[in-house]
Design a protein around this ligand. Sequence first.
Ligand SMILES: [Mn+2]
Length: 349
Amino acid sequence: MDKTFHQPLGGNEMPRFGGIATMMRLPHIQSPEEKRQLDVAFVGVPLDIGTSLRSGTRFGPREIRAQSVMIRPYNMATGAAPFDSLNVADIGDVAINTFNLLDAVRIIEEAYDEIVEFGIKPLTLGGDHTITLPILRALHKKYGKIGLVHVDAHADVNDHMFGEKIAHGTTFRRAQEEGLLDSERVVQIGLRAQGYTAEDFNWSRKQGFRVVQAEECWHKSLEPLMAEVREKVGGGPVYLSFDIDGIDPAWAPGTGTPEIGGLTTIQAMEIIRGCQGLDLIGGDLVEVSACCPGFNADKAPPFQPGASPERRVDPCCSGHNNYKNWRANMALDLFVVLLYVAAMLALGW
Ligand SMILES: [Mn+2]
């Protein structure tokens, strides 16, 4: 049977600022028959009730979609044309329960059970990092133990947060305890900042994870590191979980728990492109809370490099400042979309 490949809506068919906002202007697919034809799907999980500082990632999927309209189907740098070899669509958002985190986690797992059943590789628009646990649970049922490339400022291996076992900072501890991960095929990149004890990152190391602290990445290309990463995590299914706070807040201010001294956008692209050749079974980009009133760069704490004094004034009501908000957020969101293009490249190449 001849396969039809969905294409992003071009700027000559509908102005880029018009139409329904789907990821990269791909079709919004809802019927089971059409979902079965997909190789890859963008899925939104608008959850932010698992976060520990600034909320706002509930608006992440919507904002990423809105900002993705500029993306064209051919990557000028890599030569990738993902939509020519993968059937991709946007299948909308998971209808989470925003009043109950544990119920939301249950709903997400069920939604991904179905996605997996359709034979779809999910690329998820987060949502705070809590969402990766139920996604991994669903993928594990099909693939068994999963290798992991995890980019983040934080290890997210807390035993609990305020007594709760499920939160955005406990995800990979739970995943490991539940046997979802192939612990010798796990890499965490970009970890930094202060912990509670010297042991904070060592829990990961004791599991067999390779921990690459941000300092190990400073001032250099990550291409050699990614060769090492491919060696470590290859040989089985791999999931890519990209927390936008892995990147320095100078580049990506729209996130809830920013930490200075992070990765550059170029290094982030090296990481994503360096995943090419791995058996990627899905990926997510989480903790994006750009453009949310009250949670953008203009209301960032004073220590945040992205927040100049004039931008901390009147963030939402002045047209002039709105323009600056938009510009700051666009830098983030265009980068987000590039990550997705690159992630699809790695899936399809
Ligand atoms: Mn995280």
